[in-house]
Structures are given as structure tokens and as C-alpha cells.
Write a protein that binds this ligand. Structure first.
Ligand SMILES: [Mn+2]
Length: 316
């Protein structure tokens, strides 16, 4: 099943790898692991992120120098559609050959060569299997990047997406000698002050609807600016409403600092939130999705709650 993709990689020389915008652990870990694999094959490869220096990059191997190349191949990783490439859409579409490696069920198959497997818990898992298929060597550096990818997307191996295969791959990554304790500390246990301040604001704005079945937090543009948080710090607030024991659908709303729109994250263990996200032009996974809604946070909240209640079969 990796025949087509591996042939494309072998035929390439200068490769640009594009994680999705608002980069997270899975897309970045996958991208840098793939970069190191391409270097092993004697190719030139660079990772081009939408943001300047995502903080997580300090953890990632292969993230040191990025020399611009004129690519003969562009690879999007962990990216459900072209719009999620943000400002780098043109870099992708102007490359002579394009590849799309992803695990989002809403993936639109936007490349010439698509490898999309929604049964995989993380794109990092697909990259690991590609490495094995191509007979490449699992260095400690590649293993660390893939661990970052898989641990990020599985909530430290706790979500329903985790399968025996996920843990078998994780075992192989540990056997390669990675410092999983150090990685977990940076990924999950340490927060910058700006993030703690945002979490405080989010808890102050905590609300529930339908007797606690819908739990919601919201953060205004002013709060993001006052906290000093960057886009990266501002992610992850969804974990607060998600932890309410009665919550069926968890929502976080955050006003963009630069644009008149609201970023929405949705989580559920029983409701297909990717369907709700698609209604607003977004997408993602059945249990974890996101979208953006134009306008004010109050207006976004109102239309979103109406849609969630409709999907949950509750009309009030
Ligand atoms: Mn992912």
C-alpha cells in the first residue's frame, strides 16, 4: 500500500514538507521524521511551517537548518485539505509532484498521490509504517519525532483511536533509545505563564447547556493579547470543558487576534463532531474536529450551539 508513495519519494530530489497550519505535535513530528528519512535516502528535504518557529520545534530533531529549495516534490502531512496549508497553499500547488499523507477522515484527496488512512491514530503511525516499508533505519532522532507525533494525537496513548498496533509502534520507538520522559514533560506537563493565564480566563468563562451535556469555554481577543500567548499556547483549552463528567460535546471558542473570526474546537465521545465542523466549512475526526466562524464570539456561539443541539436531537 506504500508502493506508490515510496516510488514517488525515490524519484524525487528536492522535497518540501508542509505540516498543517496551527501546527501540532503530530504534523510536526511526522514532518521532521519524514525529512530525516529523506535525508537518509540522499535527498534534500526541508520542512516549511506556516508559523514562525513553533515552540515544539525545540523538541524535534531535524529542525535546525532550513535552506530554501526549488522543490520537485511537495508533501502535505496530517493536513485534511488545501486550505489548512494556509499561506503555503501556492508552494504546494505549484510543485510538479504532490503527495498527501494523512489520517483525517474528512481528507479531500487534494494531491496527485494520496495516502489517507483514517484508521491510524496519528499521521506519525503512517510515517513509521512507510519507514518500515522502505527499509529505512529507525534512528533515535526519527523515533523521537514519531513519538512526539503519536503521543500528541493520542493524548499520551489514552484515546479510543489507540490500537495494539499503536502500542507496538511505541515500543519500537522506545527500543530506539528515546527520552520519552523528557518529551512528555515538554509536551504535556510544563506550561508557559501565558497559557496558565488563558486557562484561568477560560475557566472564568466556563458555561454549560442542556444540563451539562454541552460544556463550553470561550476566550476573547483581548484576553489572548493580555496573556501574551501565541497561537500555539492558545491551543489545548478544549481539555477543560472536555473533562466535565457530564459533557457529551465539549466546545472551545477563541477569537483570532488578527482576523474577525472565531476558532472553534469540538470534542465528543459519542457525537460525530466532524459533521458539525463541516457545516461551518471545517473538518477533522469523528471525536475531535475544528472550524472557524466569521464574526463575533457571541454570534458564533449562538449559531454553533443551535447546530450542536440539532445534531444531538434537542430542540429548545
Ligand atoms: Mn494528526
Amino acid at each position: 500500500m506504500f508502493k506508490e508513495i515510496s516510488q514517488v519519494l525515490l524519484q524525487s530530489q528536492n522535497v518540501v514538507i508542509l505540516p498543517h497550519s496551527s501546527a501540532d505535535g503530530d504534523c510536526l513530528g511526522s514532518a521532521y521524521a519524514l525529512k530525516l528519512m529523506l535525508l537518509q535516502l540522499g535527498k534534500t528535504a526541508v520542512v516549511l511551517t506556516d508559523e514562525d518557529n513553533p515552540k515544539i520545534c525545540s523538541l524535534l530533531f531535524g529542525a535546525e537548518e532550513e535552506r530554501p529549495v526549488v522543490p520537485d516534490l511537495a508533501i502535505a502531512v496530517d493536513c485534511g485539505d488545501l486550505d489548512r496549508l494556509g499561506g503555503r497553499k501556492g508552494v504546494f500547488t505549484s510543485a510538479p509532484v504532490t503527495v498527501n499523507i494523512d489520517h483525517h477522515p474528512t481528507n479531500t484527496g487534494f494531491a496527485a498521490h494520496n495516502h489517507v488512512d483514517s484508521g491510524e491514530a496519528a499521521t506519525g503511525q503512517i510515517i513509521f509504517e512507510l519507514l518500515e516499508y522502505m527499509g529505512l533505519f529507525l534512528t533515535k532522532e526519527i523515533a523521537a519525532d514519531l513519538y512526539i507525533a503519536i503521543a500528541s494525537d493520542t493524548g499520551r496513548f489514552s484515546y479510543s483511536s489507540v490500537t495494539p498496533k499503536t502500542l507496538t509502534i511505541a515500543a519500537r520507538l522506545l527500543e530506539a533509545g528515546i527520552d520519552h520522559v523528557g518529551i512528555n514533560e515538554v509536551l504535556f506537563e510544563k506550561n508557559p505563564m501565558s497559557k496558565i493565564l488563558l486557562m484561568r480566563d477560560a475557566l472564568n468563562a466556563f458555561e454549560t447547556y442542556l444540563d451539562g451535556k454541552i460544556a463550553l469555554v470561550s476566550i476573547t481577543r483581548e484576553q489572548v493579547i493580555a496573556s501574551g500567548a501565541n497561537e500555539e499556547d492558545a491551543g489545548g483549552l478544549i481539555l477543560l470543558p472536555r473533562s466535565l463528567e457530564t459533557a457529551v460535546v465539549a466546545v472551545s471558542l477563541r477569537e483570532s487576534v488578527n482576523k474577525p473570526l472565531v476558532k472553534v474546537s469540538l470534542r465528543s465521545n459519542t457525537v460525530d463532531v466532524s459533521g458539525i465542523a463541516r457545516t461551518f466549512g471545517g473538518g477533522g475526526h469523528v471525536r475531535a474536529s475544528g472550524c472557524t466562524i466569521d464574526g463575533s464570539i457571541e454570534a458564533a456561539k449562538e449559531t454553533l450551539l443551535a447546530e450542536i443541539k440539532k445534531v444531538m436531537g434537542c430542540t429548545e
